[in-house]
Design a protein around this ligand. Structure first.
Ligand code: FES
Length: 167
C-alpha cells in the first residue's frame, strides 16, 4: 500500500470518527430538548401521606388541577373490593371529585355519608358510586400507586389497573 493510500485511509477514518461523535452529541442534545424538564415531570405527581388520616375523615386535595377526594372509611362504611384502596389494613375511597354528569364538584355530607352534587342533585355514596340523579357512572378513580403509607397520584400500578378494570 502506498503512503498516499494510507494517508487517505487515515483521513477517511478520522472524518468518520468525528462525524460519529458529532452525530451522537446531536442525538443527546435532541433528546435533552424533547424530554420534559424535571420540574414538569414532578408536577404530574401528587404524593399524600395517608397515615395521619382518621377514620371517617374526607380530604380534598388537588392533582393536575383536579379535585381528588380521599375518604378513609370507618367501620360504618361497607367494604367495597371493587373500589377500595387498602393501605396497611385501612380502606380508602379515592376518586376524582368531578361529577360524572357535567363536571361539578360534589360536596361530602358526613352525616348522610353521601357526596351531593348541587348542580342537578346527583348523589354518590361513600364508595363514589352514583346512587341518585343524572350522573351516569361512579366517580372516576385517578391513576395511583401506593408507596408505603403514601398515595402517589399520577402513576399507575397493578392495584390501580385492577380497580380501573372493575370500577
Ligand atoms: S353536574 Fe352533577 S348532577 Fe349534573
Amino acid at each position: 500500500m502506498s503512503v498516499k493510500q494510507e494517508r487517505r485511509d487515515f483521513i477517511g477514518l478520522a472524518f468518520g470518527a468525528v462525524a460519529a461523535v458529532g452525530g451522537a452529541a446531536t442525538l443527546v442534545a435532541v433528546k435533552k430538548t424533547w424530554d420534559p424538564l424535571p420540574s414538569v415531570k414532578a408536577a404530574g405527581f401528587t404524593t399524600v401521606d395517608l397515615s395521619p388520616m382518621k377514620e371517617g375523615e374526607m380530604r380534598q386535595i388537588e392533582w393536575r388541577k383536579k379535585p381528588i377526594f380521599v375518604l378513609k372509611k370507618d367501620a360504618s362504611m361497607a367494604p367495597n373490593d371493587k373500589r377500595d384502596i387498602v393501605v396497611e389494613g385501612a380502606r380508602y375511597m379515592v376518586a376524582i371529585g368531578l361529577c360524572t354528569h357535567l363536571g361539578c364538584i360534589p360536596e361530602w355530607k358526613p352525616g348522610k355519608q353521601v357526596f351531593v352534587c348541587a348542580c342537578h342533585g346527583g348523589e354518590f355514596d361513600a364508595d363514589g358510586v352514583n346512587t341518585f340523579g343524572p350522573p351516569p357512572r361512579p366517580l372516576d378513580i385517578p391513576p395511583f400507586k401506593i408507596d408505603g403509607t403514601k398515595l402517589v397520584l399520577g402513576e399507575t400500578s397493578p392495584e390501580y389497573e385492577k380497580l380501573a378494570a372493575q370500577a
